[in-house]
Design a protein around this ligand. Structure first.
Ligand SMILES: Nc1ncnc2c1ncn2[C@@H]1O[C@H](COP(=O)(O)OP(=O)(O)OP(=O)(O)O)[C@@H](O)[C@H]1O
Length: 591
């Protein structure tokens, strides 16, 4: 069964409480008579919530700030208005138009702007929002200008027109429940995990095999689509649209709703939306000062609940949660095995590699050959170019000159996620984990890299990730948040994430840094066990006793140039290495 289908089917059962909640809301709407005013408030909350759930995806999951959600909401609303009133389409035709228009607008804006991150993206979305407002106000022949478009029809369903408010409200609640469940389940899919990995640490996500740009574009487009659906429901519900309903101010309100509820939680976002629609209405009795009290309430909630209502609720219920049941036995980890006839053949071949930063030659004319099933150490003084070399090999930096061949394929200048897909995994000198995720989720991002020969089912992904965690001695911490781990344990999780990807080559950048003596001995044993399973390892390390225990060959860099290369016995006796790095009497330099 395809992985995504098994995840969706497996998760849908867990959403039963939400389905029942939706059903209860429907029963309530049908059984309790509501005034027109109350109906409008609930309809506004419901349709807004659909649009704001888009922000859960793009901001909460993928960490991208957008201030154009009201623009996509407006595109959806106007598409239904123009489709039904001007073009004579049915509501359903208008809805399809709204979905298509918001998706295309989101994809185009995402593709063109998501290479820029952070505040640049926020600025571009503000500009887009302002342009849309101007177009809606001034393109009178199409949008009817500031007067807006009245008379938008409501849909028919199975021959029954939802013209009554209660019927349409039920329809909106059903739509909201479906969107809510979709967004909640999305979090647990490969795509959702990739989004969260991008949010937590984009660089680590890319070397773990996530195409970060594509994931951001998909998140942005999905968010725009939900904005469009929300807008379509809103337009048909209120039968009227005008440009002032979709202004920048509205986008800021949407953002506040998401942040107030807790952007990373779909349920929290929905609660935040309902609260911010109801709060000003419930404060109207305060007359002139009601807006001031409203603003103050929002500020106070944000100060005392910085992670939003969802984060606050999570903290309250932490102790009540039951831990997941995991198998006690350690599942076996299968790695990329090298047959004995290929052992010692070159896996990675680097020729004439150079990397210049302006006038600084961090690497100059470096040659390197890493042989299969070998542990190859890269040593040299601080600033000699070791990390730069690993950054070039893993695609983070483009080389200035030279060629890199990996598994007989020219990979010079390839992107990090492409190299990860070919079987190149790495860890970082400064540990880079996805800090909001558990150990298991971190490792699953590694395991789900493209090209990893898992039979494509979620269960296998979990099994392989648990096997990798057990292999590094972290099996019993699978469900712990990585943020609560000691430094040494975080290193082990990072190695497990790389191992779960079933790499052909593992690049380790100073894995012993920050470890105590016992942990270093455990690392030596781990390195030898990994080699025993057939893995090829390139390790940067300053700890020379460790290097001596594990290395089959050593390359030494100094001022960006290779000064020695070969078997450890010869390299460590090389006068050039002793003078540049080891010192007389082999007093090992420790970083
Ligand atoms: N992004 C960058 N921009 C400019 N200079 C850089 C950049 N990255 C590295 N360098 C420079 O390149 C040189 C090599 O640095 P690198 O980090 O590769 O050394 P290293 O051998 O890994 O050192 P260490 O053992 O201290 O980690 C240094 O002079 C460093 O300042």
């Amino acid at each position: 069964m395809p992985s995504f289908l098994s995840v969706w089917l497996g998760r849908i059962g867990r959403e039963l409480p939400l389905l029942l909640g939706g059903l209860a809301a429907v029963v309530l709407v049908l059984s309790v008579p509501m005034s027109g005013y109350a109906t409008n408030i609930v309809m506004q909350a419901t349709t807004y919530a659909v649009a704001v759930l888009g922000l859960t995806i793009v901001l909460g999951y993928a960490g991208q700030i957008t201030l154009a959600q009201a623009a996509f909401f407006g595109i959806g609303a106007y598409a239904v208005a123009i489709g039904t009133v001007s073009l004579g389409l049915s509501f359903w035709g208008g809805l399809l138009l709204a979905m298509a228009a918001s998706t295309v607008a989101g994809a185009v804006l995402g593709i063109t702007s998501l290479r820029l991150g952070g505040h640049y993206l926020a600025m571009i979305t503000i500009v887009f929002q302002q342009i849309l407002s101007l177009v809606l106000t001034n393109w009178i022949e199409v949008s009817h200008g500031p007067d807006g478009i009245p008379g938008i029809p409501r849909p028919s369903l199975f021959g029954y027109t939802l013209s009554g408010s209660a019927g349409y409200l039920v329809f909106s609640i059903v739509c909201l429940t479906a969107v809510l469940i979709f967004v909640r389940i999305l979090k647990h899919t490969r795509l959702g995990r990739s989004m969260e990995a991008v949010r937590d640490n984009e660089l680590a996500a890319s070397v773990a095999g996530v195409n970060t740009y594509r994931v951001k574009v998909v998140a942005f487009t999905l968010s725009a689509l939900l904005g469009g659906i929300g807008g379509a429901l809103f337009a048909s519900g209120f039968s009227y649209v005008s440009p002032d309903q979709f202004s920048l101010a509205e986008s800021i309100v949407f953002l506040t709703m998401a942040l107030l509820g807790g952007a990373g939680s779909a349920l929290g976002t929905a609660v935040g939306t309902v609260l911010l629609v109801l709060l000003p209405e419930s404060l109207r009795f305060l007359k002139e000062i009601y807006m001031a009290v409203y603003g103050l309430s929002v500020i106070l909630i944000m100060i005392f609940m910085p992670e939003g209502i969802a984060g606050f609720a999570r903290r309250l219920t932490r102790r009540l949660r039951t831990p997941a049941v995991r198998p006690h036995h350690a599942p076996a980890l299968h790695l990329h095995t090298v047959t004995s006839d290929h052992r010692d053949e070159p896996l990675l071949v680097v020729r004439g590699l150079a990397k210049h930063f302006g006038g600084l030659r961090a690497l100059n004319n470096v040659d390197l050959a890493v042989r299969r099933n070998n542990i190859h150490a890269l040593i040299g003084p601080n600033g000699s170019g070791k990390t730069t070399l690993v950054n070039v090999l893993s695609g983070i930096y483009k080389p200035t000159a030279g060629k890199i061949a990996f598994a007989d394929e020219d990979v010079t200048g390839a992107a990090p996620h492409v190299l990860a897909g070919l079987g190149l995994s790495r860890t970082f000198q400064n540990i880079r984990l996805f800090r909001s995720m558990s150990c298991l989720e971190n490792v699953m991002v590694g395991a789900q890299r493209p090209g990893n020969d898992l039979s494509d089912v979620h269960r296998d992904l979990v099994a392989r990730s648990l096997a990798a965690l057990h292999f590094v001695g972290m099996g019993d911490r699978a469900d712990d948040s990585v943020a609560n781990l000691s430094y040494g344990h975080q290193r082990m999780v990072e190695i497990a994430r790389a191992l779960a990807a079933n790499p052909k080559l593992l690049l380790l950048d100073e894995p012993a840094a920050g470890l105590n003596l016992t942990e270093k001995q455990e690392l030596v044993a781990l390195l030898l066990r990994m080699k025993g399973l057939g893995l090829t390892i390139l390790i940067i390390e300053h700890d020379m006793p460790l290097v001596e225990q594990v290395a089959d060959s050593i390359t030494v860099l100094n001022f960006g140039e290779r000064i020695s290369d070969g078997q450890p016995e010869a390299v460590l006796r090389d006068p050039a290495v002793i003078s540049a790095y080891l010192g007389e009497g082999r007093a090992y330099a420790v970083a």
